[in-house]
Write a protein that binds this ligand. Sequence first.
Ligand SMILES: C[S@@+](CC[C@H](N)C(=O)[O-])C[C@H]1O[C@@H](n2cnc3c(N)ncnc32)[C@H](O)[C@@H]1O
Length: 271
Amino acid sequence: MTRSASAPHDSAYLLGASSAEHRRLLAQGDLLRDAARQLVARLALPAPARAIDVGCGPLGILDLLSDAVGPRGGVVGLDDNEQMIAWARQSIARLGLANVTTELGRLSGGDRPAFDLAHCRLLLINSADPAAVVSAMAAVTRPGGWIAVQEYDWATWQCDPPHPAWDALKAMIAPVFGGDVHIGARLPSLLREAAGCQEVHTAAHAFYWLPRSPCQRLLLQFAGLFGERLLARGTDPDTLATLKCELGAHLARPTTVVRESLLVQAWGRRP
Ligand SMILES: C[S@@+](CC[C@H](N)C(=O)[O-])C[C@H]1O[C@@H](n2cnc3c(N)ncnc32)[C@H](O)[C@@H]1O
């Protein structure tokens, strides 16, 4: 199978590969595990099966796929970031996932169909060309195999009680995020149009984070990570600092709950 290190759908991962992002992705994966398990349980796979997790990060759903394909099956974790692949290898060793391997790179679009399931989670939302990624996922999927995607839609992302600093920062960060923050809403049409799936199934999951949950302060973390981009777009540094300070204080209150972006799952068979 060919892999391209410079695929046409260029999408440098703007959240980076720091140890903080490593911890954040693993913690987020734990919180999304039940939803992912429900998705995988809905996909009837042959035995043994082969699956790929595209943009697997430090674990993605490699452990769930490892179970789903069976001991004689195989799973590939693909990521275009060397550090993420190193962390994925650590996870695979720690969890003893004997049927999982990793590859560094991206789908090239010209790959042979080799998998019964191509999956991605929180990859398209960071991508400049999500249709190209989905189309490349379809290309590596065998006829009759599954393409399954899980992505957020920021529409539901809100704090309670509401706060003007939340609304202001969310509106400022969305255009610099690097992808469509409402991609979740577009998944069914993407699977139909970019992957050629005729029958598309969907499910959605909503989450509420209490103070001290690793995801409750995510918007504030994004405000830090995207600070330079915001300033480059002309955001006043004092305004940004004040908004971060006000939101930090609001999220630190023991009563501030955050309703997460809607996690949308969509899946369909390749014709
Ligand atoms: C938000 S993380 C999600 C990681 C994992 N799927 C999860 O749910 O925890 C996105 C990952 O996709 C990787 N990535 C971004 N664009 C990619 C591409 N075109 N091909 C392969 N990996 C990519 C990034 O390096 C990063 O590890």
